[in-house]
Design a protein around this ligand. Structure first.
Ligand code: CTP
Ligand code: CA
Length: 227
């Protein structure tokens, strides 16, 4: 709870959280990546431990201290993240996809370092689609399992969020507005939690733990309704 002693309302529950940002290699030394720090996912893992859950944290390229009491599975690429998340999700009560997963990866990964050639223009980088892990989780979820997505939007935040929730088929979508100095790498977050049932909970600007606790509030309410 907010500042008080935590309530063990996730005791006996297994939750899976993905955090950070995937990296898609071009060659042994280069990758396509994104700006996700993993702080929101780590805050979700810490708060879930505090509320009594067994926590699996799938961590993509983060450099943050392991949350005490959580099992941490480090991954690099979107394909590795997919394997780890789907594997851990089997017996999970809730899966929260806070990671920024690359939508595309280079079609080919060079075995050796790509070199300049005198006078020649670079080869274009051809990209292919990555699987959508959240949509897969939602499609194969067991009865009662709660699937949560995150979305960072720069424009029409709520309209895009509602459409994305419907498209992905998840139970909850946490939407925040991003731009210069907003959300990425910062300590504070502000968001709206959108539910498949239509409910929308605005979370005022505050520490990422605060948003994490509001997410777990919504998750425990849905889990309780399903019991
Ligand atoms: N996600 C995922 N697998 C992907 C891409 C995204 O599981 N290949 C998840 C993210 O972890 C996040 C949610 O989907 O929880 C929304 O990600 P977002 O990038 O906002 O959604 P996209 O469908 O990729 O839409 P966009 O074209 O706006 O990037
Ligand atoms: Ca995306």
């Amino acid at each position: 709870g907010a500042g008080g002693s935590p309530v063990a309302d996730l005791a006996g529950r297994h939750v899976v959280v993905s955090a950070g940002g995937t990296r898609e290699p071009l060659d042994p030394v280069r990758f396509l990546g994104n700006r996700s720090s993993g702080k929101q996912g780590y805050a979700l893992a810490r708060t879930a431990v505090a509320r009594g859950a067994r926590v699996t944290l799938v961590a993509a390229n983060t450099c943050l201290p392991d949350p005490a009491g959580a099992e941490v599975l480090p991954v690099g690429t979107a394909a590795e993240l997919r394997e780890a998340v789907l594997g851990a999700a089997g017996d999970a009560d809730a899966v929260v996809m806070a990671a920024a997963v690359a939508d595309f990866r280079p079609a080919a990964r060079s075995e050796s370092k790509i070199k300049k050639r005198d006078g020649a223009d670079p080869e274009p980088i051809v990209l292919v689609r990555n699987p959508d892990v959240l949509a897969e989780l939602a499609a194969r979820r067991r009865a009662g399992q709660v699937v949560v997505g995150f979305a960072a939007e720069t424009d029409d935040v709520l309209a895009n969020g509602r459409a994305k929730l419907a498209r992905k088929g998840c139970d909850l979508l946490v939407v925040n507005e991003v731009g210069e100095n907003r959300a990425f790498g910062t300590e504070d977050n502000e968001a709206v939690i959108i539910e498949a049932g239509g409910e929308e909970t605005p979370v005022p600007p505050g520490p990422k733990e605060q948003l994490a606790d509001r997410v777990w509030d919504a998750v425990t309410r849905l889990l309780g309704a399903a019991d």
